[in-house]
Design a protein around this ligand. Structure first.
Ligand code: C2E
Ligand code: MG
Ligand code: MG
Ligand code: MG
Length: 286
């Protein structure tokens, strides 16, 4: 009987796995066409100063408008872009699209001098030999103001070779790009990377912020990360702030900026344009 149950379990497992593989292959096939059929778009989530509530920039986030399923979330398709290698072409599109949008905002005079637009770069794209050249030639084709583009990477870019990671970052820093360490605290890496990598910003992962008002250890962890980041001279950004209580706490802990549903969800480029023009209008009143 045990044997039979075992066999059932194996069959169930196989059927489930087969279904999963089928689903992945289906998506991968569709993703191959998504770029040429312009099904990708970028949305923009505002970043805000904790102290003043003033808009400090945005993070560009990828969206896939699937022909029949509507918006598919990046959690579902970015792993497939990465495993298939499609992330290289899509990543280049993200870079160009973000620069075009930023250039438009700057030429219209909507973009303040100190604001930054962040894009996410996957480890696979970052580690490519041509990455630095690709970024520099994109900036040549689509010029933007120096210091206005920020690249978010996770600690996993470091895996394998810290020296190479540092060298890649330095070349881009000298072309006026800054780096943020994304999802900080969730990776395998050590605190020593913080010292070695030329990053300007540390982004405290939303998984620590989520329960910050109830969970004592999360509270301690966020406070510690914020203190450490500040003492190292980094800007500290808290992700996933959804409530005023969370905002009060991260303010007490000295976080400089935040992102989260409390201020705004990621929004379309047009909606972000409105936000930019409103922030100019409110400035000229005060
Ligand atoms: P991430 O870079 O850490 O982006 C933050 C994620 O948190 C976004 O999810 C954002 O919509 C979500 N978020 C922001 N505020 C809140 C909040 O208050 N509450 C909650 N629950 N969530 C919030 P999204 O857009 O689904 O992206 C998920 C992840 O997919 C990103 O995490 C990033 O790792 C990846 N990703 C997104 N866009 C890109 C891209 O253009 N390129 C690459 N390589 N990866 C991307
Ligand atoms: Mg990010
Ligand atoms: Mg993040
Ligand atoms: Mg995250």
């Amino acid at each position: 009987q045990v044997k039979e149950r075992g066999r059932d379990a194996i069959e169930f497992f196989n059927a489930h796995m087969a279904e999963q593989v089928h689903h992945q292959l289906l998506l991968e096939g569709q993703l191959h066409k998504a770029l040429e059929e312009s099904q990708f778009e970028l949305v923009y989530q505002p970043k805000v100063s904790v102290k003043t509530g003033v808009l400090t920039g945005a993070e560009a986030l990828l969206r896939w408008r699937h022909p029949t399923r509507g918006m598919v979330s990046p959690g579902e398709f970015i792993p497939i872009l990465e495993s298939s290698g499609l992330i290289i072409d899509v990543g280049q599109w993200i870079l160009e699209e973000a620069c075009r949008q930023l250039q438009y905002w700057q030429r219209q005079g909507y973009w303040h001098l100190n604001m930054q637009l962040s894009i996410n770069i996957s480890p696979r794209q970052f580690r490519r030999e041509a990455f630095v050249d690709d970024v520099i030639s994109t900036l040549r084709d689509v010029p933007i103001e120096k210091g206005s583009l920020d690249i978010e990477v996770t600690e996993s870019v470091v895996i394998g070779n810290v020296d190479e990671t540092v060298a890649t970052m330095r070349k881009l820093v000298s072309s006026g790009i800054t780096f943020s360490l994304d999802d900080f605290g969730t990776g395998y890496s050590s605190i020593s990377y913080l010292k070695r990598l030329p990053v300007s910003t540390l982004k405290v992962d939303q998984s620590f912020v989520r329960d910050i008002t109830e969970d004592r250890s999360d509270k301690v962890l966020v406070q510690t990360m914020a203190t450490m980041g500040s003492l190292l001279g980094l800007k500290v950004v808290a992700e996933g702030v959804e409530t005023e209580e969370q905002l009060m706490l991260i303010r007490d802990f000295g976080c400089h900026e935040y992102q989260g549903y409390f201020y705004s969800r990621p929004i379309s480029a047009d909606d972000f344009t409105h936000l930019l023009t409103e922030s100019i209008a409110s400035e000229s009143v005060s």
